[in-house]
Design a protein around this ligand. Structure first.
Ligand code: CS2
Ligand code: MN
Length: 351
């Protein structure tokens, strides 16, 4: 298991110098952020990023994300150009030594919450998703802005995209994903870069848009679309775990035994009765997931891929990018590292 940490580049208030001080830190997870979705990342900007990371004494092995242009998800004729750009990005990243690329296939919106600073009883704040609040949200009214969303769309552009998605149901989206994978996985294999899809967060359709990377049956189907280890998963325990229908420990065990998990996102969520959820501290008793059992499954299957603590709460007065402060994620990293060390000492070393 290789512990890693997401860093949003030089404008991130969480400095690389701080991240390297977290014991056990192995790799940074980052991206080129100043290129519009779908365009090529120049070798120059990738190498600059690599240099910044390596100068801080950490590896530059994982990219999250190379975003997929909406035209690819929609299956429009213009996808040809964006797929070529995507392949070029894989080639460039591989030249820079990148080992894993994370991406997602969620229409329009990435992760979605209804509040980003919900005060918890201990005075920390967390990201939450309350079903009742979501039902009242209307992205087409243009008054909403959440960090997982692409803020570059105008109200009219968003209306246009929604109109295009009215012709894309789940099966069409599956077809468009399959088309994309059949194009890019051979390139990833040649370049020895593992592709790792991030599940949909939350794992159900929102705002009438289809979502398909949501549950065990669909992950099985995804992995069979191109049955090649280069077509793998970012297993995000919090995203998949927001659905009570997902047995997270069983799924981690199954897909890590198959060698199809290349990247783990570990975080905890507290499920509420009506399908709502709150993000919680990583420590198992704080949420609904058993983090020790998840780590045990990985250890049993000799997981040697990357793992990062996913979203954290805001604690100790920290302010910054919701979900991506330093302190709670660092606590998460050490909690996970501690579990792993205990497993290695009691059950023997991994692979
Ligand atoms: C999120 C996402 O849960 C998460 O990791 O922060 O933004 C995630 O990075 C993307 O969906 C991956 O493509
Ligand atoms: Mn995640």
């Amino acid at each position: 298991m290789k512990i890693s940490f997401r860093w949003y580049g030089k404008d991130d208030p969480v400095k690389l110098e701080y991240i390297r001080q977290i014991p056990s830190m192995y790799s940074i997870v980052t991206a080129v952020y100043d290129v519009p979705v779908g365009e090529k990342w120049s070798m120059e900007s990738i190498l600059k990023l690599k240099e910044q990371v390596e100068n801080a004494g950490i590896k530059f092995d994982v990219i999250e994300s190379v975003p997929v242009h909406e035209d690819i998800k929609l299956g429009l004729p213009t996808r040809a150009l964006y797929i070529e750009n995507y392949k070029e990005n894989i080639r460039h990243l591989s030249k820079a030594g990148v080992k894993v690329i994370c991406y997602n296939f969620m229409p329009v919106f990435d992760w979605t919450r209804t509040q980003l600073d919900k005060a918890l009883p201990d005075g920390s704040t967390a990201l939450v998703y309350y079903k009742e609040q979501l039902e009242k949200m209307d992205p087409l009214k243009g008054e909403l802005s959440l960090p997982g969303w692409d803020a570059s769309y105008t109200k009219d552009q968003l209306a246009d995209i929604f109109e295009k998605y009215s012709r894309v149901d789940e099966e069409t989206l599956w077809g468009n994903l399959e088309y994309f994978l059949k194009e890019i996985i051979p390139v990833a294999e040649q370049c020895d870069v593992k592709m790792a899809i991030h599940p949909d967060d939350p794992p159900w359709p929102i705002f009438g848009l289809p979502r398909i990377i949501t549950n065990e049956k669909n992950l099985d189907r995804f992995l069979k679309l191109v049955d090649n280890k280069y077509n793998g998963l970012t297993f995000c325990t919090g995203s998949l775990g927001s659905g009570s229908f997902n047995d997270i420990v069983k799924m981690v065990d199954k897909y890590s035994a198959q060698g199809r998990i290349h990247f783990m996102h570990v975080r905890n969520v507290k499920l509420l009765e009506d399908g709502s959820f709150e993000e919680s501290a990583h420590y198992s008793p704080c949420g609904s997931l058993d983090i020790v059992a998840i780590m045990e499954a990985l250890h049993k299957n000799k997981y040697d891929g990357y793992l990062r603590p996913d979203h954290g709460r805001m604690i100790w007065g920290e302010t910054g990018r919701p979900g991506y402060g330093l302190y709670d994620r660092a606590l998460g990293a050490m909690y996970i590292t501690g579990i792993w060390e205990a497993l290695e000492k009691t059950k023997g070393k991994e692979g």
